[in-house]
Design a protein around this ligand. Structure first.
Ligand code: NI
Length: 260
């Protein structure tokens, strides 16, 4: 059984002391590939170093909506240049809108639209973070889909409703589930996990955040635990974990153009 963790942050300090052991555990768990996300372009060299060290890591470059106050016009150029500079860059992001923790709407929208422009210009998918902003995110993606047919991407760490899922799947976006789908009180996320079309389903850890049950409460989540996300999807959808692994691995391969 092969799994792909489509959203990790293993460049964070919390992983550095024992990263080889962490890798051994993801290998034991059947994780054959990881897509490393990026919260700001200054991380590029640390992530690139990991992608050179571990052949199974490819990565994104972008600016997170909660860092949108750092956006400036030069950054668009910088992100585009960095993305062009390494063949292991497979996505732009993470970008998107977060109106839960911040209210700098205009800056977030500017950073988001600029990154949608870069992604379509480079023909790369976008990794979208969306919190308390489904309507606005959907509108902007629709606008860009009308402009650029090659716009594609993933709603990462899905936290919305089943109705919102449909809106993004209608735009051909993938929906990625994280450890939150294992949380007991996450009924709406679980309902979402039941309705996503198989060919649009992805899994991730978003590690080091959001460790899934039964590891919830551990300070650090890690890629090996993507297996618990796959197990929960299997339970919710009445499928085998092998079937979930096969379909999500194929979807990740397709979206990010991975040669596996
Ligand atoms: Ni992330």
């Amino acid at each position: 059984m092969q799994l792909i963790d489509t959203h990790v942050h293993i460049n964070f300090d919390v992983f550095q002391p024992d990263l080889e052991a962490v890798r051994w555990r993801w290998q034991q768990a059947g994780v054959v590939h990881l897509v490393h996300s990026c919260v700001e372009p200054t991380e590029f060299s640390s992530i690139q170093t990991l992608a050179r060290r571990f052949p199974e890591v490819s990565f994104a470059v972008g600016l997170h909506p909660l860092d949108a106050e750092k956006w400036h016009h030069g950054m668009a150029w910088e992100i585009e240049l960095l993305a062009r500079s390494d063949a292991k860059v497979v996505a732009i992001g993470e970008t998107g809108l977060d109106f839960y923790k911040a209210d700098n709407y205009e800056q977030q929208i500017m950073a988001f639209e600029s990154q949608l422009a870069i992604a379509t210009a480079l023909d790369l998918p976008v990794i979208v973070h969306c919190r308390n902003a489904a309507v606005q995110t959907r509108q902007l993606l629709q606008k860009w889909k009308n402009l650029k047919e090659n716009l594609r991407g993933v709603m990462h760490c899905w936290g919305g409703t089943p109705e919102e899922v449909q809106g993004f799947v209608d735009l051909d976006f993938y929906i990625s589930f994280s450890g939150t789908v294992t949380f007991k009180n996450a009924k709406s996320i679980q309902e979402s996990a039941m309705v996503v079309r198989s060919d649009r389903l992805l899994i991730e850890t978003d590690c080091p955040f959001l460790a899934p049950v039964p590891k919830r409460g551990q300070k650090r989540n890690e890629p090996a635990y993507v297996r618990y996300v796959a197990e929960q999807l299997a339970r919710l959808r009445g499928e085998s974990i092998e079937a979930i692994a096969a379909v999500t691995t194929e979807n990740a391969r397709q979206l990010f153009g991975l040669a596996l």
